[in-house]
Design a binder for this molecule. Sequence first.
Ligand code: NDP
Length: 447
Amino acid sequence: MEYLNEVLETLKAKNGNEAEFLQAAYEVLTSLKPVIEKHPEYRNIALLERITEPERLIMFRVPWVDDNGKVQVNRGFRVQFNGAIGPYKGGLRFHPSVNQSIMKFLAFEQCFKNALTGLPIGGGKGGSDFNPKGKSDMEIMRFCQSFMSELYKHIGQDVDVPAGDIGVGGREIGYLFGQYRKLRNAYEAGVLTGKGLEYGGSLARTEATGYGLIYFMREMLKANGKDLEGKTVIISGSGNVAIYACEKAQQYGAKVVAMSDSNGCIYDANGINLDIVKQIKEVERGRIKEYANRVSGSVYTEDVNCRNIWKIKADIALPCATQNEINLEDAKSLVANGVFAVGEGANMPTNIEAIEYFLEKGVLLAPAKAANAGGVATSALEMSQNSMRYSWTFDEVDRKLDDIMTNIFKACEKAANEYGLGKNYVAGANIAAFDKISKAMIAQGII
Ligand code: NDP
């Protein structure tokens, strides 16, 4: 496959120091091989070169003053990757690990995810290397205000619509929205999603990514003659995605026995008490370690890389923390312990060797681009409600989310079948999304 190899080589040469971006691009492009073979004409219009180059990347200084009066400087980003099917859309991540490579990988993946939702949204992502841990409310507010003082020039409800991601939840979205409204002197509710219910937020947005992951998992299991009832589940992370994936899995009768954060993991053989996790993580903003102090019989293990969780025996694993949290060794231990399905709640949580191992061993793998698209899909529903100046009930939004996730699974399954790829839903998702984006790009000419 000469064209594909050439594009991969050029990408490597141009982005040699961007490991995460190269990993994401490699995973997508190699899975598109059968499509490219069918369409040699794509070479003439440099379709792959264009789809892997962001339309725009903005990097900016974010100065702010901490509680001691000391001036701090962070780096802000917004990557507007592909706007062919709608305004750029994607979250903001505040985490010390944030850099250009991570921003580009997330924005690239977002284009494909958004296309799969069937809604008119292009792909983008942004954030900062700011570390919100241990900061006071006022420090968070000052940082968000400074961040928005630059970002507002580049976004808008028909231009680019950010939302939350790691380190950016309801509190941060509130401060960001307040500053945007002040600078624009206009109430453009659709400029950010994940807003509070009092000022234009959508019911079920908080739950959407986690619930959506389980709806996708339900469909994938159903298509393979299985279900969630009575299954043992392990979930990494204890943030927004992990908590609501746990809630919905429990509602379907699964037993979640482990969760984690970046310091370690808890194991509760009786099944995780989610009310206690919510109290610790959502209310107290504390550490998951606390769970073991409050629930007798549960065990906490310290673990900097968050990998101990993958040694626990289970039927289903849901990585919901961060990128590359499952490597080949983890994949081997999961398979050896009987895991038959993996649902990616986090973005790119499984590295390439681990994906290949799962597929080779017949593990059902729900890829992030498809399986965690419920969050952005519900964000798009929030934008629709903002445009209509109207709110749907929780059940209405949840039903739409369920339909969207069911359709995404069907699209992945159909694309995999069409190309004779069996249960490879990873390739199915990439192909189905590429089909939509590429058609829109071709129709719009060389831009
Ligand atoms: P949160 O910040 O709410 O939670 C993240 C969780 O993962 C926390 O428990 C955190 O632990 C843990 N974590 C973060 N970084 C690491 C790390 N380097 N090593 C170990 N654990 C880590 O984020 P979300 O739940 O929103 O996001 C989780 C994942 O889901 C991300 O990959 C995100 O991109 C993806 N995602 C999120 C969507 C959303 O709607 N929120 C939508 C689609 C994807 P600690 O508390 O110690 O930091």
